[in-house]
Write a protein that binds this ligand. Structure first.
Ligand SMILES: NC(=O)c1ccc[n+]([C@@H]2O[C@H](COP(=O)([O-])OP(=O)(O)OC[C@H]3O[C@@H](n4cnc5c(N)ncnc54)[C@H](OP(=O)(O)O)[C@@H]3O)[C@@H](O)[C@H]2O)c1
Length: 427
C-alpha cells in the first residue's frame, strides 16, 4: 500500500514545488483551503521553489487573499532548484507527496520525478505534455513500482475532466460502453479571459518536438488494443458539430493520449473492455475560424525555427490573438470563466453482443466546472493528492507511473471533485 503517513523525518503530507509560479500560487491557496480534508482532518504542508523571497511573498499573498494571516508564519519554506539535485533530494525526503508546478515539464520535470522515485515521495503534476508524460512512464515505471511510489501525471484540467469523464460515462452506462466523443467548450464573462504564458511555452516546445513523440511511442512496443464494438469514426479537421451547435476541431491537447493510456492500463491490468475516444473542442462561429486559421498557420510556420520560437515566446498575446498572455488572467476574469465537457457515448446493452451489429444504446454525460487553468486545475491537483492520502487501499496494488484514470478508477475522486465544483452528471 502507498506510503501516506508523515514521520519526524518526513514531516509534510504535501510540498508544493514551484509555488511561486502563476499556477503554483493558486495551488497554494487551494491547499490552504482544504487542510481539514487531510488524514485525520489535518494536512501538514510546505512550499518549495528556488527563491525564498518569492515563496514568502506567495504566502503573504495567500494570507491576504484567504484572510488567513497564520499562513505567513505557519507554513514552512524549502529552497530547491531543478538544477541542484541535492536540493531536490532534500525536498523529496521531507514530503509524502510533491505537487510539482514547475514547467515546461519537458525541461524541468524529469529531475523532479527522478528525485521523488529515489527518495520515496509520490509525485503529482499538471503537465499537458504527452512527450514528458509518456517518457516518464517508459523510464520510471519499474523503479517507481520497486519503491512503492506513485507518479501520477496530468492531474490538472489536462486531463482529469476528460480521463475521469470517460470512466464516469462508462460506469453510468448500462451494458458495455465502446466509444465516447467529448466536446469541450469554454466561456468567459464580460471581462474576457486568457491563459498564462507558462502553458504557451509548454505548447511551443511540444509542437516543435512532436516527431520525437512518435519514436518514443514505438519504444513501448504496444500491441493494438482489442477493438470492441463498431469502430469510432474520426471527424474532420473542421466541422459543424450538431452536439454543441458550433464549429469544432480535434482537441490538440494531451487528453487523447492520456485517455488512451488509461484505457490500455484498465484493459491489460483489470480486464476491462476498452473504450475508444475522440476529443473535440468548440471554436464558435466563422469569425473565430478565420482568426484560428490565421493564428494556426503562423504558429505552425514559426514553431519550426528557433528564431520563430523566440518570436512566439516574446509575443504570446499577438500570435495567439490574446488567448495567451504574459500576465495571465486576472482574478475577475477567472471568476467569470467556466468550462463544459459534453461526453457522447455509445455501446451495447447487456442483451446485445458487442461483436455483432451496431451499438444499440447511447449515453450523454457532462463534466463542468470553473475557470480551467487556475481554478479547476488547482482543485483537481489537490483532490488527486488528498485521494492518495485518504484512500491508499483503493489505489493500484503497486507503485508506478500512472494516468489519473489508472490511479484513481477505484477511488472516490469524482465524488471529491463534485463537492469542489467540478461536477459530473448524466444528462
Ligand atoms: N494541466 C493544466 O491544465 C495546466 C494548467 C496550468 C498550468 N499548467 C502547466 O503548469 C506549468 C507551470 O505553468 P505556469 O503558468 O504556472 O508557469 P510559471 O508561472 O512560469 O511558473 C513556473 C514555475 O517554475 C519555477 N521554476 C523554473 N525554473 C526552475 C528551477 N530551475 N528550479 C525550481 N523552480 C523553477 C518558477 O520559479 P521562479 O518563480 O523562481 O521563476 C515558477 O515557480 C506549465 O507547464 C503549464 O503548462 C497546466
Amino acid at each position: 500500500m502507498a506510503r501516506v503517513e508523515t514521520t519526524p523525518n518526513r514531516p509534510y503530507h504535501l510540498v508544493i514545488f514551484g509555488a511561486s509560479g502563476f499556477t503554483g500560487q493558486f495551488v497554494v491557496e487551494e491547499v490552504a483551503r482544504t487542510v481539514s480534508e487531510g488524514p485525520n482532518g489535518n494536512l501538514k504542508w510546505a512550499v518549495a521553489g528556488r527563491s525564498k523571497q518569492k515563496l514568502e511573498k506567495v504566502l503573504e499573498q495567500a494570507a491576504g487573499a484567504l484572510s488567513k494571516p497564520e499562513l505567513r508564519t505557519e507554513v514552512d519554506v524549502i529552497v530547491a532548484d531543478v538544477g541542484e539535485p541535492d536540493s531536490l533530494a532534500a525536498m523529496c525526503k521531507q514530503a509524502v507527496i510533491v505537487l510539482n508546478c514547475v514547467g515546461p515539464y519537458r525541461f524541468f520535470g524529469e529531475a523532479v520525478v527522478k528525485a521523488c522515485v529515489e527518495n520515496g515521495a509520490h509525485h503529482i503534476d499538471i503537465s499537458g505534455e504527452p512527450q514528458f508524460l509518456e517518457g516518464m512512464q517508459l523510464n520510471y515505471s519499474s523503479q517507481a513500482a520497486e519503491k512503492g511510489v506513485f507518479i501520477v501525471g496530468s492531474c490538472g484540467f489536462d486531463s482529469i475532466p476528460a480521463d475521469m469523464g470517460v470512466l464516469y460515462t462508462r460506469d453510468q452506462f448500462r451494458g458495455t460502453l465502446t466509444a465516447v466523443e467529448s466536446f469541450l467548450t469554454v466561456s468567459s464573462g464580460p471581462e474576457g479571459g486568457c491563459i498564462h504564458d507558462g502553458t504557451w511555452q509548454s505548447a511551443i516546445y511540444g509542437f516543435a518536438d512532436s516527431q520525437k513523440l512518435q519514436s518514443l511511442r514505438r519504444k513501448f512496443n504496444h500491441k493494438p488494443l482489442p477493438s470492441v464494438g463498431s469502430k469510432l469514426r474520426r471527424r474532420g479537421a473542421l466541422f459543424f458539430s450538431n452536439e454543441i451547435q458550433q464549429y469544432a476541431v480535434p482537441f490538440m491537447g494531451s487528453d487523447p493520449s492520456v485517455v488512451k493510456r488509461t484505457q490500455r492500463f484498465l484493459t491489460e491490468e483489470q480486464q476491462a473492455s476498452p473504450v475508444q475516444y475522440g476529443a473535440y473542442a468548440g471554436i464558435g462561429g466563422i469569425g473565430n475560424i478565420i482568426k484560428m486559421m490565421f493564428a494556426g498557420m503562423m504558429f505552425w510556420f514559426l514553431v519550426k525555427f528557433s528564431f520563430g520560437r523566440n518570436l512566439l515566446i516574446k509575443n504570446p498575446e499577438f500570435f495567439s490573438f490574446g488567448m495567451f498572455s504574459k500576465a495571465g488572467p486576472t482574478r475577475k476574469q477567472m471568476e467569470g470563466s467556466s468550462f463544459q465537457f459534453s461526453f457522447y457515448g455509445e455501446g451495447y446493452t447487456d442483451e446485445q453482443d458487442p461483436s455483432q451489429g451496431k451499438p444499440n444504446a447511447k449515453i450523454r454525460t457532462l463534466v463542468q466546472g470553473p475557470e480551467a487553468g487556475y481554478v479547476a486545475t488547482p482543485i483537481a491537483m489537490v483532490q488527486a493528492a488528498l485521494t492518495i492520502l485518504n484512500e491508499p487501499a483503493a489505489l493500484p496494488k503497486k507503485g508506478g507511473v500512472y494516468t489519473p484514470g489508472a490511479a484513481f478508477a477505484k477511488t472516490t475522486l469524482i465524488d471529491r471533485l463534485n463537492k469542489h465544483g467540478i461536477q459530473f452528471s448524466v444528462i
